[in-house]
Write a protein that binds this ligand. Structure first.
Ligand SMILES: [Fe+2]
Length: 169
């Protein structure tokens, strides 16, 4: 499958950003994600496919140098992530639909305490440094929602190198 022009532009923008100091990196990654989440719809159908069991994660792009990966996450109605933090930097842009982000804090290994929620409509952007935010993303709307996620790990490390899970027990 050939890479859509918009995805190549996003990957090029992130590739140029990851070598910058943190402020510049965040600014440039946000700009690249803004470009990719507004305007023309470009995500191929097979990368917009929901999974009825849980939110779907589709790899869109793995940086050949292993510096970052780009995924589309497809959230059917009622689906949500676990409560998690990140081992790596992470940027999110909502591509389609409406998501709800819930923030938490956790001290001394205790169960996370909810701080509040934010609505994330299409075009909404966020950027988190490693070990900063603890959150959960979910779809409480009546329609499928899609978000683009960029993580600072190689594609073969997405399963184990990104999320740090918290138990609510
Ligand atoms: Fe996250």
């Amino acid at each position: 499958m050939s890479i859509p022009t918009q995805l190549q532009r996003l990957a090029d923008g992130i590739g140029a950003a990851v070598g910058l100091a943190p402020d510049g990196m965040e600014r440039e990654i946000r700009a690249a994600l803004r470009d990719a989440t507004t305007g023309e719809r470009w995500l191929p159908l097979e990368r917009r496919r929901a999974n009825h069991e849980r939110y779907a994660r589709h790899l869109l792009y793995g940086d050949p140098a292993g510096r970052f990966s780009v995924l589309s996450l497809v959230w059917d109605h009622g689906q949500e992530s676990p409560i998690h933090g990140h081992h790596t930097w992470c940027a999110v842009g909502v591509y389609d639909g409406d998501l709800t982000e819930t923030h938490y804090r956790s001290q001394g290994g205790r169960a996370p305490v909810e701080l509040g929620t934010a609505q994330r409509a299409a075009g909404s952007l966020s950027f988190d440094l490693p070990q900063s935010a603890i959150h959960r993303i979910g779809n409480r709307s009546g329609a499928v929602a899609i978000s683009l996620h960029v993580y600072g790990v190689a594609a073969d490390r997405i399963a184990t190198g990104v999320n740090r899970l918290y138990s609510t027990a």
